[in-house]
Design a protein around this ligand. Sequence first.
Ligand code: AMP
Length: 378
Amino acid sequence: MTPPEGPLPLGATIGILGGGQLGRMSAMAAARLGYRTHVFAPDADSPGMQVATTHTRADYADTQALARFAAAVDVVTFEFENVPAATLAALEGRVPCRPGLGVLAIGQDRLEEKRFLERAGVPVAPWAPVHDESGLAAALERIGLPAVLKTTRLGYDGRGQAVLRDPADAAAAFARLQPKPLVLEAFVPFVAEVSAIVARGADGAVAVYDVTENIHRHHILDLSFAPARIPPVVAEAARGHVRRLAESLGLVGLMALEMFLLADGTLLGNEIAPRPHNSGHWTMDACACGQFEQHVRAVAGLPLGDPARHADAVMGNLVGPEGLAAWTGLLAAPGVAPHWYGKAEAREGRKLGHANLLMPLDSLAARPAGWRPPVFAG
Ligand code: AMP
């Protein structure tokens, strides 16, 4: 449905598909701006439901529940990109959806994502679609080893991929990875992983945050450093990439682009997320307008906020039982802004919260290689 002209009035309701922490923090930002929220998710007592004004607990395929949800909200957004496309399609005819189905679909399919990145002028590592074993042999011939074989749908946090170093690894990896088709990518010898976040408003205005440098542990984001320690020309290129993506999609909402940085300064696009992103959590405390507020502003048709960074920041994810154990200490640490997600169990590998360590502006540039703030030790 065509969105209304102008901003949503105060007191209007933003529908959020998905009940995870990203929906929770979006709902909290929406409340600050005077909006109600309605979370739609299948899981009970999800982090988003705990803070939303109201919620619907139903399956994404429940058409009756979706119809009621559409009638109860003024605009719909999503907080995770694996919401079934059919769910957003069912809503789009009834209520404005921001971002829309076209943007969701690109974020759901690695092949579409790579084609889109290339069309928008963001280089990616050499890749080939893999539908069957003979296709894998042809792709290996072309791309060589080492390479990474990935699922094209439903993969996250490193699940659904295998690094191939030897031709003998290929058949077992192909058999294991589901669902098909897969994609084979050249293994990228990156020197850093960075990401950039952009918001685009209903009026076409664009706001881009400073580029973030990301360190992973066991395939899960561990620390984000803002700003990334990269030459200004590389940072500008990264910001330009994400700005072009938002403009070429006509995005109304927020989007993150994860990139690999090569030793010669080349950036290769890896993954797009058309929603707030873990690597942007530092913006909540180090910018006047953090990514969740920015997301809400875009979706609600408000003017975008100021994305300028007023402090350097290190974001540490609190994962699993170790994250729970670190919580009390972080509450007492100077300069630390803690965020807890309210998940029921501290299961291994689960993101339970995060904390932003704020530091004086431009102080992070002097950090030694491999530095880890003591407050996030172990
Ligand atoms: P992804 O699920 O694509 O975000 O990949 C998860 C992580 O695996 C990335 O953050 C990288 O650390 C690593 N990775 C993914 N693709 C490649 C690649 N083509 N070359 C090297 N490392 C990769």
